[in-house]
Design a protein around this ligand. Structure first.
Ligand code: MN
Length: 724
């Protein structure tokens, strides 16, 4: 068992000027809060943080990281609070402890490689500081070393997670030693039979192998000395998991994995690497296709070495790796080796962060076919601009920052997106513009009656969602424009005693369509509905000039028919038309009783405005696209109307105003009161009003209150009713 003095000694040996006081204090605190706790092995709990901390010193990490190794379980498993940690050790330590705790809380359960990759990215996005990952790796390594004390079910889950998530992390970060140990430990629990077979075979032949390796080392050292190349030569055996993976990959039994035996030559400089390689190839025959130069072309994780396999002394293939001391260090300790304490004992955190991301990106880049995709990832990942969230089933999905539940819904399925009504995040209802946060669990609520809205385009972040929404809106608009175009044309035709079916059957309408450059009649009608072509213009093409005299009114029969076929809920009626998409303008918010006018929008049907609304000013927009509309109120539907009340800022006045409003049997939806320095107050009320008369009554009664100076209806309001 490691002691705290071993840990502080080690930290001091690799970084003499480090502040080991924080490590000692962390030890005392950890011992206090873990007191009385025991692990399943029966040993005191404190051993675990001590060992984790010890592992971190093997990677020569800074004193803060080593201290957090001692504290990493205090928030999760003891009564220690965040405040205590902040007070005793500061913000940085708290941040790291919280980082490790957060990662430990999420659990991974999927065997899909893509899911594992997303999960790893999620962990990186959560970590924000790579030291959190290193501490978590130390934690995991010690837990794996002591896994035998856990129940079998847990062993398998943790071993699988180690294989899928943590060993690849160690690999990506270039910590070969940890990767091998994690994988071998995991294999022991995941494939116990294979592990035992391998360990038996290897130990069975170990003696024989050792002899061969010893002889090879002897030969190599003598030869290299002759050439004046200064080296350290070490024998090595491959770790089990890599033998197993090679067996699976090549489909051969372990006996045939010929590079189980290997030696490593470590030189002082790169020139000696190649010189040593030349010597090796001159004394033994190299096997074809087994030479790799990772010095000239380093692996994405910065690994550098020369690899060759030769036919050794007694006809045994021998794998030889040749590298410099520096390369060896990088290979064994990976990123940690780069955290050599630079000037003033402080490592440049930002630089290292960049560095890691770049290295990962390089590795990812190899799997990406599209260079644009690579650039996107670089932008996104380098600046941590991604969030990773869970589906209720635990699948991880990645999104750009500020993505919303709508993006999530479309990522699941277009139909879910199209009918997305709301969302629950971590079990609570959130608005659709909620911004997803990494590790959220997101559940979408759908309704078959609910459809995409144009407003969604303002909040969604993913290309997929944008494309799907636009497509849906376009299809919808086209449908509506067609219906509207038909109605407008029909109305215009009727004025001149013509009918749609007749002009269509006779082919006249198609001729006109072609004159406008269309292939089909339908396209012409859609463009009429879009407001791009006026019906008058079409009539001008259909009829000679002298016949362009409108008949007075549509027949009485027609009117009766209209009434019968009119949709029930529609509260506005467009003169002479049925079933047309109409909505109220967002600008002026008309209520029954207001004088209104329709405006044929480009692609969004008819929008209805108060006739004094600046957005339908004929002086600005002409009358071509205006259309007569009338109220047709069947039942009292509430409309939202905003009024502003200016008054003296006096106690009790607000109560009087609200009383006046509710006496008129009007609901207040929202109130916003602002006071100014000159003792004035502006109150904005959003009211539920059924018609103009009611509104006028309310305004009049507010006006009678003393100290109220002005009351008026505002002209702009965001919320409005949309008639279907
Ligand atoms: Mn732990």
């Amino acid at each position: 068992m490691i002691r705290i003095s071993d840990i502080t000694d080690r930290v001091q040996s690799y970084n003499p000027s480090s502040d080991i006081d924080i490590i000692n204090r962390a030890y005392v605190f950890s011992a206090k809060v873990h007191k009385g706790q025991v692990r399943l092995s029966g040993e005191p709990y404190l051993n675990h943080p001590l060992e984790v901390s010890g592992i971190l010193t093997e990677f020569k990490l800074d004193e803060v990281t080593v201290a957090v190794g001692l504290l990493h379980d205090t928030i999760e498993d003891t009564l220690a609070t965040e405040e205590e940690i902040r007070d005793l050790f500061g913000e940085e330590v708290l941040f790291l402890v919280n980082g490790v705790t957060k990662i430990s809380r999420i659990s991974f359960s999927s065997h899909e490689e893509k899911q594992a990759e997303n999960f790893r990215k999620m962990i990186l996005a959560m970590a924000k500081d790579i030291r959190v990952i290193l501490i978590k790796l130390g934690d995991r390594l010690h837990n794996m070393r002591t896994l035998k004390h856990l129940p079998k079910e847990k062993q398998i889950r943790i071993a699988q997670e180690t294989m899928d998530i943590y060993a690849p992390f160690a690999n990506r970060l270039g910590i070969a030693r940890m990767k091998s140990e994690l994988e071998d430990l995991a294999l022991q629990y995941l494939e116990p039979e294979i592990y035992n077979e391998l360990s038996q075979k290897i130990s069975h032949r170990a003696k024989q192998h050792q002899k061969i390796i010893d002889e090879a080392i002897q030969t190599i050292q003598t030869k290299l000395k002759e050439y004046n190349i200064e080296t350290v030569v070490k024998g090595r055996t491959k770790h089990f998991c890599s033998i197993y993976q090679k067996m699976k990959r090549k489909g051969v039994p372990p006996d045939q994995i010929f590079d189980i035996m290997g030696v490593r030559i470590i030189t002082n400089n790169i020139r000696d690497c190649y010189a040593a390689l030349g010597v090796m190839h001159s004394i033994w025959t190299p096997l074809p296709g087994e030479f790799d130069d990772y010095i000239a072309m380093p692996k994405p994780n910065m690994y550098q070495s020369l690899h060759t396999v030769v036919m050794g002394q007694v006809g045994h293939p021998l794998e030889i790796q040749i590298r410099t001391h520096e390369m060896h260090h990088t290979a064994e300790e990976g990123i940690a080796a780069h955290w050599r304490y630079k000037e003033k004992d402080k490592f440049d955190k930002k630089y290292d962060e960049r560095f890691i991301w770049l290295r990962q990106l390089m590795e990812w880049q190899q799997n990406l076919k599209d260079p644009k995709e690579f650039l996107e990832m670089m932008k996104v990942d380098l600046f941590h601009d991604e969030v990773y969230v869970f589906t209720p089933k635990g699948t991880v999905k990645g999104f750009p920052q500020n993505a919303t539940p709508i993006d999530f819904a479309y990522a699941i399925h277009s139909e879910i997106g199209h009918h997305c009504l709301g969302a629950k995040v971590n079990g609570r209802m959130v608005p659709l513009n909620y911004k997803l946060i990494t590790s959220d669990i997101v559940e979408i609520i759908t309704s078959t009656n609910h459809h995409p809205s144009r407003d969604w385009l303002k909040i969604v972040k993913t290309t997929k969602a944008i494309q799907r929404i636009k497509h849906w809106l376009k299809t919808e608009e086209k449908e509506h424009s067609k219906a509207l175009g038909n109605e407008i044309l029909k109305k215009e035709l009727t004025k001149y005693g013509l009918t749609h079916s007749k002009t269509s059957k006779s082919g006249e309408l198609l001729k006109v369509a072609k004159r406008f450059g269309f292939v089909e009649e339908e396209e012409l009608i859609i463009d009429i509905g879009y407001g791009k072509i006026t019906a008058k213009h079409v009539l001008g093409e259909l009829l000679p000039q002298e016949k362009l005299q409108p008949r007075s009114e549509p027949s009485k029969l027609k009117k009766a028919l209209n009434k019968l076929t009119r949709p029930k809920d529609q509260s506005i009626k467009i003169k002479g038309m049925n079933d047309v998409m109409a909505h109220f303008g967002k600008c002026c918010n008309p209520i029954p009783g207001d004088k209104i006018v329709g405006f044929i929008t480009r692609g969004r049907g008819v929008s209805v405005h108060r006739n004094n609304c600046p957005n339908v000013n004929p002086l600005l927009y002409g009358t071509e696209r205006l259309i007569e509309v009338t109220w047709d109120v069947k039942k009292n539907m509430p409309y939202h109307v905003e009024i502003d009340v200016l008054c003296i800022d006096k106690a009790g006045l607000l109560a009087k105003i609200t009383a006046a409003i509710s006496q008129g049997r009007v609901n207040i939806i929202h109130a916003d009161i602002k006071t100014t320095q000159d003792m004035q107050a502006t109150c904005r009320f959003c009211l539920e009003i059924t018609n103009l008369k009611q509104l006028q009554k309310v305004i009049a009664s507010i006006k009678t209150i003393n100290d109220v100076t002005v009351v008026y209806r505002t002209s702009a309001l965001a919320k409005n009713k949309i008639a279907k």
